[in-house]
Design a protein around this ligand. Structure first.
Ligand code: KIV
Length: 271
């Protein structure tokens, strides 16, 4: 028996059972092979190839510019590094909103070419038909409500969403709709903790929070934020587990000194 077949892979059903059993779900982003290997080895339950790759990997200000081809490339890299976690890939802006046929085509490409195990898309009622079409094709779909970054130009700000009753009610009804449509989970981004709790208690599918308090069924963070590579990004919800920006710039400046002083390479490092 190979080592691979001994690893119990996480599926959408595993996540549903974790919610049922009261076990919290851990999710992190990854966009490349090496990071994927590390987060999988660290035991994360699900890996998200987020369209935050547009910010983190490509340096764009928003998630809007990244293309489906680029997201597929990142997904292929991540999939090669994963043995255990469920791999969820974002469909980027403009690849599913216009019509259900296009949405299905994009989702099929992500599964077939990218090798994702599931896709994530932003929105509720507005994209109902697209979700229905993708789910009917046998593709697992994760929803995303609250602060949906692909709508940033409509929101105009990255502030907490659904603080007012009307938006909170719509979010709850969208969440119930996502469950009815067959989504296996839903990300809740930057909404009041009390609302996230209400949504989580109203659904049988897991909620994965980011800036949505402790009552969600799981949590997701952007890997580069949680290991402290992004110094300029410090929202209240972010817990930094490392200060890699300082560690890496420190190591680089030591390397530069060693090269300038002809200290590197030394005899042991030479052939
Ligand atoms: O793109 C992303 O990284 C995301 C998470 C923040 C949930 O959608």
């Amino acid at each position: 028996m190979s080592v691979h077949s001994e690893i119990k892979k996480i599926t959408t059903e595993t996540l549903r059972k974790m919610k049922f059993d009261g076990e919290k779900i851990s999710m992190l982003t990854a966009y490349d092979f090496t990071t994927a290997k590390m987060v999988d080895a660290g035991g994360v339950d699900a890996v998200l190839i987020g369209d935050s790759a547009s910010n983190v990997m490509a340096g764009y200000e928003t998630t809007l510019p990244i293309t489906l081809d680029q997201m597929i490339y990142h997904t292929q890299c991540v999939v090669r590094g994963i043995d255990r976690a469920l791999v969820v890939a974002d469909l980027p802006f403009g690849t599913y909103q216009s019509n259900p046929e296009k949405a299905l085509e994009s989702a099929v490409r992500m599964m077939k070419e990218g090798g994702a195990h599931a896709i994530k898309i932003e929105g509720g009622k507005e994209i109902e038909e697209s979700i229905r079409k993708i789910v009917n094709a046998g593709i697992p779909v994760m929803g995303h409500l609250g602060l949906t970054p692909q709508s940033i130009y409509q929101f105009g700000t990255y502030k907490v969403r659904a603080k007012e009753d009307a938006e909170a009610e719509k979010l709850l009804s969208d969440a119930k709709l996502l469950e009815e449509l067959g989504c296996f989970g839903v990300v809740l981004e930057k909404i009041p903790a009390a609302l996230a709790q209400k949504v989580s208690e109203s659904l049988s599918i897991p909620t994965i929070g980011i800036g949505a308090g402790s009552h969600c069924d799981g949590q997701v963070l952007v890997y580069h934020d949680m290991v402290g590579m992004n110094q300029g990004f410090s929202p209240k919800f972010l817990r930094r587990y490392l200060d890699l920006y300082s560690e890496i710039t420190g190591a680089v400046s030591q390397y530069v000194k060693d090269v300038k002083n002809a200290d590197f390479p030394n005899n042991q490092e030479s052939y």
